[in-house]
Design a protein around this ligand. Structure first.
Ligand SMILES: [Zn+2]
Length: 384
């Protein structure tokens, strides 16, 4: 090709690229799906988008409604009406306004606080727009109720917080038969709570009671409000290797992980905040500046030692229920285990990505046995 030909060729490419970049900028985004999750104090609505869009919202007092206008967007989803029917929303109506403009009307059951934020694509998740409709009074009531549980607890009794991992937008790991980690860990958590219903010495509470997302730091805050003496985060493992099987137990490490696999696992579990969409209301998570750092380090040290002791007890009980992946506990920097004042431990119950383990995880008797093993080890931990 001669130089003139080359110049013409590049000019052609240049013109083509302008046409394409021009045309993509005028193409509107699409709403491909709309989902919702009901939490005790809020409803989260998530719009899936092909790209980020401009939005403008306004609240109506009577009737209580939230109107959200999206610019530069078309409806791809066939949904024109989403029935929610939870304590806060009755339905959401989607309608086309003028060209490339969509209006969403949230029919509220009461006056709510609205918190909107975009989420960027992550792994298999597209661009998203999150609309949190929060009942601030209920949020406060939930918090007060947890603190009340702490205040009324009889002297000498212990409290444990059971934390079913993931939830809502964040399904956690997924099995070959599409079993979701978030569902299994909630079921086992509920079974474990039931084990404690007749026990007068130990009170047990769940951090998450349904299919909704809680940021990792918030889970610690909830445990602390209950006055937890122990926090157990329940998970199921996932691997690209379908042969990987077994249970494993993890404690916090502040100075690097036991091994590369433990570090990768902690990174994966810590991603929960990004996948589930931690809302931008971090005020309540900031550290208490009045706490003395030396005191904090001492507390952390003691909590970690206690968590190692519990880990050993738990491994002894678990091995009668499922094959252990490692004979002892591992350590890594999991966000959910970072409470300096509460001994905390993370249990990977089994590999949901393994066909056999997935089958076990779905079985009622396996879930019961796992809850029983946890129950026994917790009792032994408090009464060595
Ligand atoms: Zn997990």
């Amino acid at each position: 090709m001669g130089t003139t030909c080359l110049k013409i060729f590049f000019l052609f490419l240049f013109v083509i690229s302008i046409i394409f970049s021009g045309s993509t900028s005028v193409l509107a985004a699409w709403i491909t799906d709309i989902r919702f999750w009901s939490a005790p104090d809020h409803t989260r609505v998530v719009l899936d988008l092909t790209e980020q869009v401009q939005y403008k919202g306004s609240s109506l007092e009577k009737p209580p409604q939230y109107h959200l206008e999206l610019k530069g967007v078309n409806l791809f989803t066939k949904k024109r009406e989403v029935q929610v029917n939870d304590p806060y929303l009755s339905k959401i109506i989607l309608s086309d306004l003028e060209k490339d403009k969509i209006k969403l009307i949230f029919h509220q059951k009461k006056s709510l606080n609205i918190n909107i934020f975009p989420l960027n694509p992550y792994l298999d998740k597209p661009h998203r727009l999150v609309i949190d409709l929060v009942d601030l009074a209920q949020e406060k009531k939930e918090e007060e109720e947890r603190q009340r549980q702490k205040e009324v607890r009889p002297k000498g009794t212990k409290t444990i917080a059971i934390d079913p991992g993931h939830g809502g937008e964040d399904p956690g790991a997924m099995g070959p038969r599409k079993t979701m980690e978030k569902d299994i860990v909630l079921k086992i958590g509920e079974k474990l709570i039931r084990q404690f219903s007749q026990n007068k010495e130990i009170q047990a509470f769940l951090t998450r009671k349904g299919d909704y997302f809680i940021p990792l730091e918030q889970r610690i805050k909830i445990a602390r409000e209950y006055g937890a003496d122990l926090l157990i985060s329940l998970h199921t493992d996932g691997s690209f290797n379908p042969q990987a099987r077994g249970s494993s137990v993890y404690c916090l490490s502040l100075s690097g992980a036991t091994d590369e696999a433990a570090r990768v696992l902690a990174d994966k579990e810590n991603m929960s905040n990004i996948l589930g969409g931690a809302s931008l209301r971090p005020a309540s998570f900031t550290k208490d500046r009045n706490l003395n750092q030396i005191l904090l380090d001492l507390m952390q040290n003691n909590s970690m030692k206690e968590s190692f002791r519990f880990a050993e007890t738990l491994l002894q009980e678990i091995k009668a229920v499922n094959h252990l992946k490692f004979p002892s506990y591992r350590q890594a920097n999991f966000i959910v285990l970072r409470a300096p004042d509460i001994p905390s431990l993370l249990l990977e119950i089994a590999y949901i990505t393994n066909k056999e383990d997935e089958r076990l995880l779905n079985r009622n008797d396996f879930q019961e046995k796992m809850a029983k093993a946890l129950f026994t080890s917790i009792k032994k931990y408090f009464k060595p």
